[in-house]
Design a protein around this ligand. Structure first.
Ligand SMILES: [Zn+2]
Length: 115
């Protein structure tokens, strides 16, 4: 099995880890023969999912559609927020206690999907 990575932060998502997966495939309609593309799976870690859902709407119709779906998930149950919070606590626990620069992690600032 290939290793899944979060599309936004490139964090490795091991099997069994919590994440949000978007499945996408294209299919012709009203055209014969009907064609279907392979299905693609796009993953987001809990932090990015929550961050994207809380953030401003992205540009582009496809990005908007994905954003809406993620907001749907994040907004309907706190489980994903909880997972993000747990991951964040784990990361913070590993950081050396150097004081005030806790925000200096290299999280990507562009919160947009890139299809
Ligand atoms: Zn991520």
């Amino acid at each position: 099995m290939e290793n899944m990575r979060c599309l936004r932060c490139n964090r490795e998502l091991e099997a069994g880890h919590k994440s949000v997966a978007l499945y996408m495939f294209a299919q012709t309609v009203g055209v014969k023969p009907r064609q279907k593309s392979t299905a693609h799976r796009i993953s987001f870690c809990p932090q990015c999912s929550v961050s994207l859902a809380m953030g401003p709407p992205p540009e582009g119709a496809l990005n908007m559609a994905a954003w809406d779906m993620i907001r749907d998930l994040v907004g309907s149950d706190p489980a994903l927020n909880q997972a993000a919070w747990e991951n964040l606590s784990g990361i913070l626990g590993l950081l050396p206690a150097t004081g005030t620069d806790g925000a200096a992690r290299s999280a990507p600032t562009g919160g947009y999907f890139e299809f």
